[in-house]
Design a protein around this ligand. Sequence first.
Ligand SMILES: C[S@@+](CC[C@H](N)C(=O)[O-])C[C@H]1O[C@@H](n2cnc3c(N)ncnc32)[C@H](O)[C@@H]1O
Length: 253
Amino acid sequence: MPFYGIEGSDDIQRVITRLQELQNLFQKHGRRVYMADNMMVSGRRTSFIEDEAFMAAFFALDPDVDDKQKLWRIHTYVWAAKSALSVTGDFVECGVFKGLYSAVMADYLTFGRQAKRLVLYDTFEGLPEKYASVAERDILNPDFALPGLRERVAQLFAPFRNVEVVQGIVPDVFPKGLPEKIAFLHLDLNSGPAEVAVLDQIFDRVTPGGLILLDDYGRQEHTALHTAHAHWFGQRGYMPLELPTGQGLVVRR
Ligand SMILES: C[S@@+](CC[C@H](N)C(=O)[O-])C[C@H]1O[C@@H](n2cnc3c(N)ncnc32)[C@H](O)[C@@H]1O
């Protein structure tokens, strides 16, 4: 479903019908339309769709309907990771789930040949009690706690000699495998308290020029997370760039 957040009401069907009409009108005039992940844009190049290697890496993972909504977010992720290849330090992702973003990136950037490590942290059992409320866990964990998830992710990255899959609660598990220097950090824990606790521990390890990508920074359904990040970065003189995808981007000085 390209648009979500108002499911359960008749309005969702009205929204979709009208957007399809708009899409037809734009296309009649030769304008491209991209409609996914609560975004509708027209007249943008969306050049990542023409990047055959990127699309092949994405479709090699057999994405489901929800995964397909995230194509532009994954393009942002791949761009940030690629940009960070020339920065001193390794790559860290907190919040891996099935490994969708990181697997597309690893394939696209032939990560096995890069002189960097990628360390992937997740409980592989959903949000932990320590950093998430009962309500958050009740809503999200039925989707995140899939049987055999850690094994599946370990198998997905087995061909990459320099990718480590670490199971545990972040930031508590950080003594395990955390790189000294970080060139790219992806935060996708769906939890403000956990993401802020991670930043407290590792922001100083991010090398100047290194990139920090926040998956949920601009999403209306994650207002508390946005407030937490805006405050945390604001106190340090940073303002994350809010992207139309809902992501936030910070470049470490
Ligand atoms: C939205 S998913 C990550 C999606 C992923 N980036 C992808 O490529 O599709 C969020 C993940 O964060 C994990 N998570 C949430 N809080 C965590 C914590 N404090 N420590 C470790 N993992 C956590 C959950 O288990 C879940 O798999």
